[in-house]
Design a protein around this ligand. Structure first.
Ligand code: SF4
Ligand code: SF4
Length: 82
């Protein structure tokens, strides 16, 4: 899997997809590090206790641009998605 750059452009795109994701909203992931852009930064600090409500990554332009696989990066990080 390609390495996603942790930059402002990717963050702005992520906000549109993670930001509207039921898993993100239900578990208030914005409030815990790394807050978003999990495909670059790794899983959420609350991943172990978070409820899985689905994933918007598959529609995301970052996902497509970097040819990512797996999704659910907030819960599982980027390992196992290669
Ligand atoms: S990584 Fe996927 S499941 Fe997690 S908040 Fe983003 S869109 Fe939702
Ligand atoms: S692939 Fe998922 S975690 Fe990565 S920028 Fe898109 S919505 Fe955010």
């Amino acid at each position: 899997m390609a390495v996603v750059e942790d930059n402002q452009e990717n963050m702005e795109i992520c906000k549109r997809f993670c930001g509207t994701c039921p898993t993100y909203q239900t578990n208030r992931m914005k409030e815990s590090p790394p807050h978003a852009l999990f495909c670059a930064r790794g899983k959420s600090a609350i991943a172990d206790t978070a409820e899985n409500k689905g994933c918007n990554c598959f529609q995301c332009d970052v996902f497509k641009k970097y040819n990512l696989k797996g999704g659910f990066f907030c819960l599982h990080g980027t390992e196992g998605s290669k």
